[in-house]
Design a protein around this ligand. Structure first.
Ligand code: FAD
Length: 428
């Protein structure tokens, strides 16, 4: 009698764990190979340790959060989307709730609960989770027989070969390599003949020119609008919160805008951002407000008046950039000077020099070319019985739970499709 069909899943992140548990639930024998001594290290630190699992956005809007490649996910999402993901975790005992921007977190605020429930579920389904198992390559033998070459980094890397009826490659991207996502998958897939779209940082902080950001280090601006200019043309904009750091800028809207900025920088284009510090006031209303302030507090110094308009840390930078003496009384400020101040408040410019290194990015953009993958099954169009899931794909989403939903949905599809293919009776 033939033994049970074996699915080997490579990578114990959200995509790999979901794929493994699903394939096992369908009746396949599943071994999950994870190179760290425990799975899901990255998942454990998501959402600042709180794990932003997914988002309440409806499907059409959800897909727009992955840029132009989002369409690829339509099929996976039509079968396993946020509702199904939340039901799945609910059954595992992880209750969730939504927050600002539709972000969904576990009620316990513990990413660890998500990891534990997922690992327990996979094990209870019969998945053998083999840790300290670093996959070096996928081998295609005679008559397309599949096997994987594994080494044990804890024991001087002795290698062994594991036969498989199907392989799911879910080793993630190359950001935060200390979590285990060191980009091995790109080499493994390229060796099989897959095209790799060049990887680059996504959701990444940015370096800025000059000393301005350093002077503002630690300052967080809320309810502001950031406009992105590529070669001085308005290219993107976002409203929300940003942060100044010792190297430049970060925070939610900067991470979101980094996708278009990184691509432009890679094409050697000039990129700057303009911060609208008063987005609730149009130019006219802002001018009226400035006139009122300068009138009402005419005897106070410019510096003093600014305290009512700006956070403390921004005052020095503003004085410097609008070239109005700090001790000039309000009633002596000329209309040209007031105009300069108004323009600056609506368009505080910073030039972007480069993204921070990919190791500090939340997500890796680029990866396995989507044209070479069947979106309904996640199976390779080049090598039968090899499937892909998660961040290794040429997909990256915005902040807000989009990357984990993509990992879970593609993992769900790959696990079910691999098992279904192996377990369906051969056609007569
Ligand atoms: C700090 C941080 C916070 C984040 N917060 C959020 C958030 O709140 N919400 C959200 O949606 N997204 C978030 N993300 C993004 C999200 O974590 C990833 O997109 C997601 O983890 C990708 O899942 P994955 O399973 O594809 O890959 P990974 O989670 O990277 O898992 C891949 C696994 O494969 C293993 N592996 C690698 N190479 C090999 C090999 N050769 N052999 C065997 N195993 C191997 C790795 O050790 C790892 O365990 C965050 C990312 C970071 C870095």
């Amino acid at each position: 009698m033939q033994g049970r069909k074996k699915v080997v899943v490579i990578g114990g992140g959200p995509a790999g764990l979901m794929a493994a548990g699903q394939a096992s639930e369908q009746g396949a024998d599943v071994i999950l190979l994870e190179k760290n001594h425990r799975p899901a290290r990255k998942l454990r630190i998501t959402g600042k340790g709180r794990c932003n699992l997914t988002n309440t956005a409806p499907l059409t809007e959800f897909i727009t959060n992955y840029g132009k490649n989002g369409r690829f996910l339509r099929s996976a999402f039509s079968r396993f989307f946020s509702t199904e993901l939340l039901e799945f975790f609910d059954k595992l005992g992880v209750k969730t709730e939504s927050e600002r921007g539709g972000r969904i977190f576990p009620v316990s605020n513990q990413a660890q609960d998500v990891v534990d429930s997922l690992v327990t579920w996979a094990k209870n389904n019969g998945v053998e989770i083999r840790t300290n198992a670093a996959v070096k390559r996928i081998k295609i033998g005679e008559e397309n027989a599949l096997s994987v070459i594994v080494s044990d980094p804890e024991r001087n890397n002795p290698t062994y070969e594991l036969n498989a009826d199907a392989v799911i490659l879910a080793v993630g991207g190359t950001s935060y390599p200390s979590t285990g996502s060191t980009g091995d998958g790109y080499r493994i897939a390229a060796e099989l003949g897959h095209t790799i779209i060049p990887v680059r940082p996504a959701l990444v902080p940015l370096r800025t020119a000059g000393e301005t950001a350093q002077k503002l280090q630690g300052l967080s601006l809320k309810n502001i609008e950031v406009l992105v200019y590529i070669e001085n043309q308005l290219a993107d904009r976002a409203f929300g919160e940003m942060l100044f750091t010792h190297f430049g800028i970060s925070g939610p809207i900067i991470l979101t805008l980094s996708r278009s900025i990184v691509d432009a920088l890679l094409e050697n284009k000039r990129v700057s951002i303009g911060i609208d510090l008063k987005p609730a006031l149009d130019q006219e209303k802002l001018d009226a407000r400035l006139r009122r302030d300068l009138d009402e507090y005419g005897r106070r110094t410019f510096k003093h008046i600014l305290a009512g308009l700006l956070p403390r840390k921004l005052i020095e930078v503003c004085i410097d950039q609008v070239s109005i003496p700090a001790d000039k009384p309000g009633h002596q400020i000329t209309s040209e000077e007031r105009e300069r101040l108004r323009c600056w408040l609506k368009d505080f410019r910073l030039e972007i020099t480069e993204p921070m290194p990919i190791s500090t990015a939340l997500v890796t953009a680029g990866g396995i070319h989507l044209k070479e993958i069947n979106p309904k099954t996640m199976e390779s169009r080049l090598i039968p019985d090899v499937f892909f899931a998660g961040e290794i794909l040429d997909l990256d989403g915005d902040t807000g739970g989009y990357n984990l939903q993509a990992a879970f949905s593609t993992g769900w599809v790959a696990g079910n499709a691999a098992a279904a293919k192996l377990l369906s009776p051969p056609s007569p």
